[in-house]
Design a protein around this ligand. Structure first.
Ligand code: SAM
Length: 243
């Protein structure tokens, strides 16, 4: 099977009918692996032939869409409160393996991590690299996008674009299993999952989210889970039920 490489859109330029040029980190990676003109590789979601190689760029001809593997039946967007240290790296890696399509880290009232603009960009780049590596490692042929860090107000507004939206809140009585039985009866194709950071959500944040009539609040049981555990728990259950 041809090797797979993932290049962000901003590092791809169209140079002709079905021809593109790539720059950036993966150029070095392709060269280190001793690929050369004529080799077939998979780039993002396409089978491509290398048609030109320079030190900082590679030209490719797009041959066809690559055969889709490991792509879930349901499109999940994970909203996760910004976590401390390398916990975010763990969450991104595991969420990609479990099949999410988009990850949106957010800042809400009880998030303690503070990042200036420069550190946000650096952090986002690192998380995108982790997501790309996890896609390759688990054999998914699609890509997972890490969105720029959002403020809580914006994520509230975005929820109406999903068929269903689930917020995990430890003070809720409604169980995920009941919500899943309702969701399974409907024909849904996109779902958003919202998990708080170490400090959790404020009651008024949860109330604001629930103003959207497609949003439901669920409990994951009587024990308070770490945010990372809550992510693994809820994604595993949703995938078991819907994928
Ligand atoms: N605010 C809480 C506290 O400090 O006691 C804990 C927040 S918890 C560490 C992080 C996030 O995981 C929560 O915001 C929630 O989204 C999710 N979570 C953890 N345990 C949960 C449970 N039993 N039911 C639903 N969600 C849970």
């Amino acid at each position: 099977m041809a090797r797979r490489f993932i290049v962000d859109e901003e590092n791809i330029t169209k140079i002709g009918e079905d021809k593109i040029q790539i720059v950036g980190k993966e150029v070095k990676h392709i060269q280190v692996l001793r690929h050369n003109v004529g080799d077939i590789i998979v780039l993002n979601e396409y089978d491509c032939k290398i048609i030109g190689m320079k030190s900082h760029s590679i030209d490719l001809e797009i041959l066809q869409n690559t055969k889709p593997i490991g792509i879930p039946n349901i499109e999940i967007t994970l909203y996760i409160g910004m976590l401390k240290n390398d916990k975010m790296d763990f969450v991104v890696q595991k969420a990609v393996e479990l099949g999410v399509k988009n990850i949106v880290p957010f800042f809400s009232k009880n998030v303690v991590v503070k990042l200036d603009e420069k550190s946000r960009i650096k952090r986002m780049d690192k998380l995108q690299t982790i997501a790309n590596e996890a896609c390759k490692q688990c054999g998914r042929t699609d890509t997972v996008k890490i969105s720029s860090f959002e403020n809580f107000k914006n994520i509230i507004k975005e929820q109406n674009k999903f068929d269903a939206s689930i917020i995990a809140y430890e003070n809720e009585k409604n169980y995920l299993r009941d919500t899943m039985s309702n969701i399974k009866r409907e024909n849904i194709s996109s779902i958003s999952v919202i998990i708080g950071a170490e400090g959790g959500f404020d009651k008024d944040e949860v109330e604001k989210l629930l103003e959207n009539n497609k949003t439901v609040c669920v409990s994951l049981g009587s024990r308070i889970l770490r945010a990372e555990t809550a992510v693994l728990n809820i994604l595993s259950i949703i995938m078991y039920e819907l994928d």
